[in-house]
Design a binder for this molecule. Sequence first.
Ligand code: ARG
Length: 258
Amino acid sequence: MAKTLHRLIVSVVVSALASIFFVAPAANAGDVSPMIVGGTRASTATYPWVVYLASTSGSQFCGGTLVKANKVVTAAHCVSGRSASSTRVVHGRDDKQSTAGTVVNVTRIWVHPSYRTATSGYDVAVLTLDRNLNSATLPLATPQDTALYAAGNSALILGWGTTSSGGSASRYLLKANVPLTSDATCKSAYSQYSNTSMVCAGFPQGGTDTCQGDSGGPLVFGGKLIGDTSWGRGCAAAGYPGVYGRIASYHSVITAQL
Ligand code: ARG
């Protein structure tokens, strides 16, 4: 696992030198990935397309969204450098300590070819499952769906990640709503913000956010997948919204994988 070690070193050095911009390598997502902060319990019966990614031992490390019976959209940083054979998708399980739902194998991992780090964008990946799940799927936002990205839209976030920055992961699926921010607001918070590859969401005062372990999971508005959880400075901090991959920008490359 030289690559994992390399990423760990890079991530430690980057945070020591620069900041607390979290980009969790999948292998250490328990340390640095986020869970929903300020959320409440939710059921996969209500949100059947929300899934989590787990290791072969069953340890949850990211979220994802079922967009076709055998395809899951997640974050590139969740699965980059990971083998399909070491990755599981868990569907229909609210409580990570239960055996509810279905655990499926992954046969292929596509990472956006331009992905380098979460803060530079292209943080999107598509997993191919070894079987079709009998489940509702969530449609992808398209380039025509500009209205879905209007500032102030109250978007849904979901995940099993940590409930505070540096805290422990949630046993249960949690959800919350966060308003989309304007491009100007996000750009003033983060110099790395790109209005073509990212979208931000959060209250000005903070308090509600995705956090470590929620990465790859859905940002939903208007019945469509508009974002995938990507990065942020800490979690739920005032003035620092969560940053999500802008799915509409990746509609055609994702669709080419379905
Ligand atoms: N990078 C995190 C993960 O791997 C997600 C961070 C989201 N942070 C935030 N403040 N919204 O799970």
